[in-house]
Design a protein around this ligand. Structure first.
Ligand code: EPU
Length: 335
């Protein structure tokens, strides 16, 4: 393992903003981690953990030691006729893991196909798509505390999971490195096609097998979401906001066609729809623009992290001014 000074992270963030880490190391064992923690302690550096870089906005200079955990082992730790528990190291590419599970006839995460990033980042923001959230298949999350290097295991119900939320973004933010995730997967197919476009496809073509469902999800994602390799982006840039019932009633009177999803604590609104209705699809803010096909996605063509945040702020201000709804940014600042 090398600890490299002044290392460019341009290739390590899907928004492709220029960024330089004061120090950077790719680690793949406990020994590497302890070496990094010792180096950071000796040089009084803050350790910052980077996953696949698909959900971050980086600043141009990142002080401290940026660590990326790259180990990719995957092993079965428990198995019955009905289910399997797999322990996957955090550096495994998420989509490759979904495909691997399907090849083994392990089911539960097929709706989450084609999401960029690493397995270790999946619990951090509780990735979710097409009616499934990863929390429903997570049994435990393992890692080490950056302060001291002690190991921890958190069971799923200790992770504070919510919509695009977990304790790793809250109380443990910046304090841990996730080394592996344990998933409880089913050997019995039970496809989830409640999400409207999948429901429509299954009405036309019949109920899919889990592998077919993954292919449908890939198709839907490819038709709406830009490939970061050609149009750098960080997926949904805003969370879908939850508004109170009185606020919702006020809005639906004004916008009767507004899609909405009732929740326990109010009503969730699609931020993409709110932005789209403003006529912002394809709108440019210098180097940064709103994607032509999905208003929730910002595309960066040559801008910096600051440019991305400035564009996001303009979108937020316009949404707040028009609807009185405050949008929350989804990608995390990496600075
Ligand atoms: N909509 C528009 N215009 C747009 C985008 C959306 O009118 O430009 C409308 C759609 O017509 C639909 C509603 O908004 O009625 C919801 O749209 P969609 O189903 O495309 O989902 P989303 O709410 O925009 C969320 C996730 C996505 C995930 C999809 C599918 C968040 C922040 N985003 O998007 O996640 O793939 O649902 O489940 O919750 C990601 O996190 O990076 C991501 C892509």
């Amino acid at each position: 393992m090398n600890i490299i000074p002044q290392h460019s992270l341009l290739e390590f963030n899907t928004l492709a903003v220029p960024a330089v880490a004061e120090y950077f190391a790719q680690v793949s064992s406990d020994k590497d981690i302890f070496e990094c923690l010792a180096f950071a302690k000796k040089n009084k550096l803050v350790v910052k953990v980077l996953g696949g870089g698909s959900n971050v906005v980086m600043s141009e200079f990142i002080p401290g030691l940026v660590v990326q955990f790259c180990a990719q082992d995957c092993k079965v730790i428990q198995e019955t006729d009905q289910s399997v528990t797999v322990k996957v190291e955090a550096g495994f590419n998420w989509h490759d893991f979904v495909l691997y599970c399907l090849s083994q006839d392990w089911y539960g995460i097929e709706n989450l196909a084609y999401i960029p990033g690493h397995v270790g980042a999946a619990p951090v923001q509780n990735i979710g798509a097409y009616g499934v959230e990863v929390k429903d298949c997570i049994k435990a999350v393992n890692g080490v505390y950056l302060d001291g290097g002690d190991a921890f295991t958190l069971l799923a119900d200790e992770c504070g999971f919510g919509y695009r939320e977990s304790c790793f973004k809250q109380a443990l933010n910046g304090q841990v490195l996730i080394t592996s995730v344990e998933f409880l997967l089913s050997k019995v197919p039970d496809v989830q096609v409640s999400y409207a476009p999948l429901n429509k496809m299954s009405a036309e073509k019949g109920l899919p097998t889990p592998s077919e469902l993954a292919r449908w999800v890939i198709e839907v994602r490819q038709s709406k979401l830009p490939d970061p390799k050609t149009l750098p982006n960080a997926g949904s840039f805003f969370k879908n906001p939850v508004v109170s019932t009185p606020d919702f009633n006020r809005l639906i009177e004004r916008y009767p066609s507004m899609p909405n999803y009732p929740q326990e604590n109010g009503v969730k609104l699609p931020a993409g729809w709110l932005i789209d209705q403003l006529g912002y699809k394809g709108k440019s803010f210098g180097h940064v623009s709103v994607h032509k096909l999905q208003a929730l996605v910002l595309i960066n063509l040559g801008g910096t992290g600051k440019d991305v945040i400035a564009a996001a702020n303009q979108v937020c201000e316009a949404v707040e001014e028009c609807y009185g709804v405050v949008l929350e940014q989804e990608p995390r600042l990496f600075h």
